[in-house]
Design a binder for this molecule. Structure first.
Ligand code: SAM
Length: 327
């Protein structure tokens, strides 16, 4: 089947935006935030994506992220996701970064309109990288204030983003507002971790605000090296349960024990060194990085009139697809 041309998607895009979208695949909205922490978060993500867009490791990360996405949102297999996306004619990748997931959606569902939005400079880079996909459009802007028509998006995907927005509850309400009746909103939340790690993360993130990008890159290198050296020890031990600190008992590799309970020092040799460094950069550099308990997520979903279609939990996150009832 021949894919429709870009112009075929413009009327649907105009309905979502409530304005004439022009003819290009990049629509500049706003790139600045009035909130200092959000602006700092945008700046560090612009820095991160500018650096990572050139990385030879990025295809490996994208492949891992796509496999993970299928687990996080209960699709299980790419064919199941493809069938779902084809039934949803307007798809929004909220906080799309370099746009590889938006591009994936656009390729799997060539007759659906896919829109990616990011507050960092990555939105423009994404538009350049994926200009060949006629059903894919990018905007630079704040997903907490999309300006989209209410109920205009059949599938909203907000993967690994909401905790970086200025007020995650308000962002969630905005994304629920634009989700169509009978549509779905997929969202990922960082989970709260053990108390020492939570305390260190909050304290340290404030400290990182005063560091230059060069200093944060150097720190991220050091944390990666620490993670690598600890995992090379290949030592595991039995930790007791320490409920007051949120430390769960069990057999741990030393690096994993430190990682989950005290300090993010990510190291994954399969993904590569650069990806591990970027992952550590991504953790301590943004000022905005809220964590949620399961109860907080469930309350937020219910408060916005959504029903849980799928719910998934891992040590690091809660994620799910939340459905708006038919009108
Ligand atoms: C960890 S990255 C995830 C990117 C992508 N969703 C993925 O799964 O690879 C978080 C992204 O959220 C974006 N972001 C943070 N706050 C935002 C906001 N208020 N509006 C739009 N994007 C935002 C950042 O610029 C960054 O690209």
């Amino acid at each position: 089947m021949k894919q429709p041309e870009r112009t075929a998607f413009l009327p649907a895009l105009a309905r979502v935006l409530g304005r004439d979208p022009g003819t290009g695949n990049f629509l500049s909205a706003q790139g600045d935030s009035a909130h200092a922490n959000q602006q700092q978060t945008n700046d560090v993500f612009s820095e991160k994506w500018k650096s990572y867009d050139q990385s030879p490791e990025k295809e490996g990360l994208y492949a891992m992220q796509k496999r993970w996405y299928l687990q996080l949102y209960g699709f299980g297999a790419e064919e199941v996701l493809a069938a779902f996306l084809r039934e949803h004619k307007v798809i929004f990748d909220a906080g799309c970064g370099l746009g590889y997931k938006a591009a994936w959606f656009a390729e799997l569902a060539p007759e659906s309109l896919v829109i990616g939005m990011d507050f960092s400079e990555a939105a423009q880079q994404a538009a350049l990288n994926y200009a060949q996909l006629p059903n894919l459009f990018f905007l630079r802007g704040d997903i907490a204030h999309t300006g989209f028509a209410s109920g205009s998006v059949a599938y909203v995907s907000c993967d690994q983003v909401i905790m970086h927005t200025e007020n995650p509850e308000a962002t969630f309400a905005e994304l629920a507002r634009i989700t169509a009746a009978d549509g779905e909103f997929a969202c990922y939340f960082y989970a709260k971790k053990a108390l020492p790690r939570e305390l260190l993360d909050d304290y340290f993130r404030v400290h990182c605000k005063d560091l230059s990008n060069e200093q944060i890159w150097a720190l991220s290198e050091q944390l990666t090296e620490l993670g690598k050296r600890l995992s090379e020890l290949k030592v595991s031990f039995e930790s007791p349960d320490i409920p007051a600190l949120g430390i769960k008992g069990g057999t741990y590799d030393v690096q994993r024990f430190l990682y989950w309970n005290f300090l993010k020092c990510f190291w994954n040799p399969e993904l590569g060194r650069e990806t591990s460094v970027v992952t550590n950069f991504d953790w301590y550099s943004p000022s905005n990085a809220r964590r949620f308990s399961e109860e907080e997520v469930r309350r937020l979903v219910a408060a916005n009139g959504l029903q849980i279609a799928t719910f998934h939990q891992e040590e690091a996150c809660h994620s799910g697809r939340f459905r708006r009832q038919p009108a």
